[in-house]
Design a protein around this ligand. Sequence first.
Ligand SMILES: [Fe+2]
Length: 197
Amino acid sequence: MNDDQLHELLYQALETELGGVHIYEAAIQCAKDDDLREEWEKYHRQTTRHVELVEGALAAFGLDPSLETPGRRAVRRIGVSLVEVLQTALAEGPPEAAQLIAAECVTLAETKDHLNWELIGEVVKHLKGNAGKVLRAAFAEVEEQEDEHLYHATGWSRELWIDSLGMPAVLPPPEEQKDVKTAIGAARAKQVRAEMT
Ligand SMILES: [Fe+2]
């Protein structure tokens, strides 16, 4: 294991979660649909918890959570940009457009978040000792939530777009109705939408 790169992954994971908290706060302001707002409020709470879990993992590795790295800075810039995009969309309107932009921004943020945890899932298979134990416990708590965040965000982006195009949309998206938490489940949900519309 390249320890330096593992530490880099944890720093980027922390920055992604910190950015995620702000992105959800801004996205909630853009939500028009009640189901979507409720979902984002739930994911905001979960993301706040993920910050604590990554901070706990950094502490277990004896790492300073405030350390800067070039990769971490890049992740932060992307997060700050996404929040700015959301604030601009909300200010400029119309509300339907802001909601759609928010769904896409959440999908972009959750794509990085999902990758981080997928990599952490690979890493914990090889780690021993207390730090490995802490990270493994964090992964066990977070894994399914991250799957849900990404697949559901993708579903909302697609269905809100389809609705905006004046075509029959499935809202809330089939990913949410079917409680999708795997890539196979997401593929099935898309098949279901094709049969429904
Ligand atoms: Fe997360």
